[in-house]
Design a protein around this ligand. Structure first.
Ligand SMILES: Nc1nc2c(ncn2[C@@H]2O[C@H](COP(=O)(O)OP(=O)(O)OP(=O)(O)O)[C@@H](O)[C@H]2O)c(=O)[nH]1
Ligand SMILES: [Zn+2]
Length: 198
């Protein structure tokens, strides 16, 4: 299922989460009955369901829906794909850019499906390392290419707004399979994602 701008929110789930948010507001010392907060529990409940809709999505189905037999066997790179996720420790956002490459082995995939796979795994509670690995494995096992490479760069709000409070640190994670395990291929990919060629 693709990322939905407007989810079909299940009423019962929204009500339950909303009730929890009402209590959280009270526990934070707020007055949930004041004008500005009247709809906040429902809004927050819907926002959290939106941000975790990846649990309902299936990466394999998305990729299989647009796989085409093709003899192209050079590196295909989709870079600068923005993503937003939630860290599973604090449920605060981490966000940044993903760069994905693969070398086809008989099949190419519709380009938009790569950002869609990133949505599947980023719209959940995550850590950046697992997110990187989830994207890698989904593409590798479904498309069966000669190799897959994933690099993700992100800023973590839990390190910026609270805790250690470092505003400019960026975390980079990477994972590689197949041909990208060779230094030459990996370096070519890294060179291409850091170039300004558009
Ligand atoms: N490896 C990894 N760590 C993350 C990620 N997102 C958040 N964290 C870290 O998860 C750790 C949780 O550590 P704890 O000591 O249990 O939590 P805490 O007391 O809130 O830690 P501080 O953030 O240092 O105040 C922190 O070091 C966070 O920076 C991620 O995607 N990957
Ligand atoms: Zn965190």
């Amino acid at each position: 299922m693709p990322l939905q701008q407007v989810l079909n929110y299940d009423e019962e789930t929204t009500d339950t989460i909303s009730d929890h948010y009402t209590r959280i507001l009270q526990d934070l010392g707020e007055d949930p009955s004041r004008d500005g907060l009247l709809k906040t529990p429902v809004r927050a409940a819907k926002a959290m369901q939106f941000l975790t809709q990846g649990y309902e999505m299936n990466a394999e189905n998305i990729l299989r829906s647009a796989m085409f037999a093709e003899n192209y066997s050079e590196m295909v790179i989709v870079k600068d794909i923005e993503f937003y996720s939630l860290c599973e420790h604090h449920m605060l956002p981490f966000f940044g850019k993903a760069h994905v490459a693969y070398i086809p082995d008989g099949y190419i995939v519709g380009l938009s499906k790569i950002p869609r796979v990133i949505e599947v795994f980023s719209r959940r509670l995550q850590v950046q390392e697992r997110l990187t690995d989830d994207v890698l494995k989904a593409i590798h096992t479904t498309l069966n290419p000669l190799g897959v490479a994933v690099v993700m760069e992100a800023r973590h709000m839990c390190m910026m707004m609270r805790g250690v409070q470092k505003q400019s640190s960026v975390t980079t994670t990477s994972a590689f399979t197949g041909a990208f395990e060779s230094e030459r291929t990996r370096n070519e990919f890294l060179k291409l994602i850091t170039s300004n060629l558009h």
